[in-house]
Design a protein around this ligand. Sequence first.
Ligand code: KIV
Length: 271
Amino acid sequence: MSLEKKIKRVTVPSIIKMKERHEPIAMLTAYDALMADLVDRSGIDIILVGDSAGMVMGGFENTLSVSMEDMLFYTKSVRRGVNRALLVADMPFMSYQTGLEDAVRNAGRFLQEAGAEAVKLEGGKPVSDIIYRLTDIGIPVMGHLGLTPQSIHQLGGYGVQGKEDALATRLKEDALLLQDAGVFSLVLEKIPATLAADITQSLHIPTIGIGAGNSCDGQVLVTHDMLGLYDKFKPKFVRRYAELGKNLLDAVAHYIEDVKNKDFPNEHESY
Ligand code: KIV
């Protein structure tokens, strides 16, 4: 038997149990093995390979340009860094909206080729059949309602969703529908805190909020946002836990100065 302490891995059933135990769920994103390893070792419950990778890593303006091949590459990299957290991969735009067969094939690729343990996809009623089919064949699915960035052109921007009564009612109906279809958890993005609280109370599966107040069963942030690495814009819901972008700029400026002044390398750094 190995002398190393056996790691207790986070699983889909253990995430559902966390809601039953009223234990908050902490989720963050990662797109590469280095970041995944650091975040995993910190004790995070879920690592999401978000399609936000398109903006953070790819430099695209939104998430629509990310392809299946991009997401598989990011997910495979993250897999190599994760030992404990549950690994969820985001299904990119047009990898499931084109029909059941495409959705099954592409979701299957995340589990079979990239080692993901679940997939996440955006939307309510229009994708409920897809979720039903995926969960029926053993592919765990995390839902995503509220601000769904893959519908950015239809939504007309990144504003708060569900402020009007009719939209709030539809969001709640969609949440119940997704639960019936089989999702094991549900991301609620940028909706009023009271609506998120109401949805959270109505469901037996955990909700994971981003800009959805403090009553959700868990919270998610984009790691590069909370570390201050991605500074193109900062939504109100992001709390900065570090200013690594500023540290990096200072460090690089210092290095350039040392090289220009012939101060680096010194005799201890030479052979
Ligand atoms: O793509 C992403 O990172 C996400 C999270 C913000 C939930 O979907």
